[in-house]
Ligand binder design. Sequence first.
Ligand SMILES: Nc1ncnc2c1ncn2[C@@H]1O[C@H](COP(=O)(O)OP(=O)(O)O)[C@@H](O)[C@H]1O
Ligand SMILES: [Mg+2]
Length: 308
Amino acid sequence: MEHVVEIQRLTKKFGDFTAVDNISLSVEKGEIFGFLGPNGAGKTTTIKMLCGIMMPTSGEGRVSGYDIISEQERIKNVIGYMSQRFSLYEDLTVMENLEFFGSIYGLEGFRLKEGIDRVLDMAGIGERKNELVKRLPGGIKQRLALGGAILHNPPILFLDEPTSGVDPLMRRNFWEIIYRFSEEGRTIFVTTHYMDEAEHCDRIALIIAGEIIALDSPDALKKNFNHVVYSISTDNFLDVFEKIRHLDFIVEAAIFGTDIHIMCEENIPVKKKLSSFFREHGVSSYALNRIMPSLEDVFVGNARRFSR
Ligand SMILES: Nc1ncnc2c1ncn2[C@@H]1O[C@H](COP(=O)(O)OP(=O)(O)O)[C@@H](O)[C@H]1O
Ligand SMILES: [Mg+2]
């Protein structure tokens, strides 16, 4: 197995504050690796250390075989980095932005033209190439920013919340592009706080307060989750929800459409406990079904043990 990203005990402190706390992981060639966590979890800080933009406080890492501490300049040539705020020049046209990115990577002449043609085609923005960036909708800007990151055809892409603030249709569209990259053998390291997006990844690391609390494929995370989830259908679901949400054997309760989902620890006789509770409280018609946990459930269940 070829590991294109490898980090051990990576830590970043800002003064007394530990933003990234002793994390270790590796990413295989061609993998879509998701870094999933809430705001402030340490995602951007990790990406910056991997891209050779920020020095770790301790720990070590390699990207494409290059040391993230001593070979930062080399790393920049083999990666594409799309930062959290798409860094585009609003007063330049699409074409001018791409030419500018090209100059950063030292592309000229034929190689620059080839790169720009490829990016315009990939992003489907050829017909807008002479428009000012500030006139473009968010989804197009996003694809242009991605284009800027892949102009030099890098085998590894770091995408920092690439779809935040973009509408769902555009997000889907964007993920199709990411899949295509992955099929071409590129490796993708992508951060997100959208649970549904994490489902698209081959593997994900859940990060909270600078620590990785779980790391596996989405299916394995759900399968190995040490809680069970049930769906309750009943009339008056709002009343029932209010009645049961604070029961001691219920870790988490939430409303999904007109159903109630509850999460409980394993090995608790949930059906028995609920049926006697419902009997006492006059809830006579209901259906209780065990369901597959969602990634969000997995996240919430794991997150309870951690918080800043
Ligand atoms: N340059 C900095 N100086 C001090 N604190 C920082 C700096 N950069 C990030 N932080 C803090 O580190 C934590 C992690 O930030 P960040 O990596 O941006 O999280 P995320 O990308 O997951 O939202 C946050 O609490 C943030 O305020
Ligand atoms: Mg961030």
